[in-house]
Ligand binder design. Structure first.
Ligand code: FES
Ligand code: FES
Length: 152
């Protein structure tokens, strides 16, 4: 199947099996390896990308179902993500870092929708992103810091 996909603002015309998952197309065909394969079952969020601005798990998404739509990966996020990544470093919000790209993608979507989220709003928005290293309190602090809220 030939399909068109906008990825990080660039139009791609792909010849692909439409049942292939978006994560595999991003990593193997487009060399965008920021999104990670964790569980492969939609449960961990390591593969999160934005689809028309909304966070989705790319490991479950058949690429044929999203023809013509717009995908943003961690590589294509803008200024909000840069601030978030700096805040993750400042707050020491990662250990192995495997979950971090997905965390930053979901947090970017949150801050784009709600510039000053509460702690509860952060917890709800980040509920689909697991961290096997258990960095959750520091991840929450990093998102607060990136939103310009006082971190206590
Ligand atoms: S790898 Fe996609 S949700 Fe875990
Ligand atoms: S920092 Fe290791 S999985 Fe989150």
């Amino acid at each position: 199947m030939t399909l068109t996909l906008d990825v990080n603002g660039e139009r791609h015309v792909l010849e692909v099996d439409p049942t292939r998952r978006l994560l595999g197309v991003l990593r193997d065909d487009l060399a965008l390896t920021g999104a990670k394969l964790g569980c492969g079952e939609g449960a961990c969020g390591a593969c999160a990308v934005l689809l028309d601005g909304v966070p989705v798990v790319s490991c479950l998404l058949p690429v044929g179902a999203i023809a013509g739509r717009s995908v943003t990966t961690i590589e294509g996020l803008g200024e909000t993500a840069t601030s978030l990544q700096q805040a993750f470093v400042t707050e020491d919000a990662l250990q192995c870092g495997f979950c971090t790209p997905g965390q930053v993608v979901s947090a970017t979507a949150l801050l784009q929708a709600t510039s000053q989220p509460s702690r509860d709003e952060i917890r709800v928005a980040m509920a689909g992103n697991l961290c096997r290293c258990g960095a959750y309190p520091k991840i929450e602090r990093a998102i607060l810091r990136a939103s310009g809220r006082a971190v206590t």
